[in-house]
Design a protein around this ligand. Structure first.
Ligand SMILES: [Zn+2]
Length: 72
């Protein structure tokens, strides 16, 4: 829907220092504890679990698309 593009993505909102948003499921990941990370086009992404990392690496363009909704 057209109006949804005007809303900020969850991973573009301000997050507390030391916290990253898992782009796959939307969970907050504590960087100090992060065990699942992936680099894509020069950016490091953090994941709550291996499954989320694999989903991301399977198709990063889909996960990073503005149409993608993070979900558990
Ligand atoms: Zn996750």
């Amino acid at each position: 829907m057209w109006w949804r593009r005007r809303l900020p993505r969850m991973n573009e909102q301000a997050t507390p220092p030391g916290i990253a948003i898992d782009p796959v499921c939307g969970m907050q990941v504590v960087l100090a504890d992060a065990q699942h990370t992936s680099e894509h086009e020069g950016t490091t992404y953090y994941f709550c679990a291996k499954g989320c990392r694999l989903d991301f690496e399977d198709d990063p363009a889909r996960i990073l698309s503005p149409d993608y909704e993070p979900h558990m």
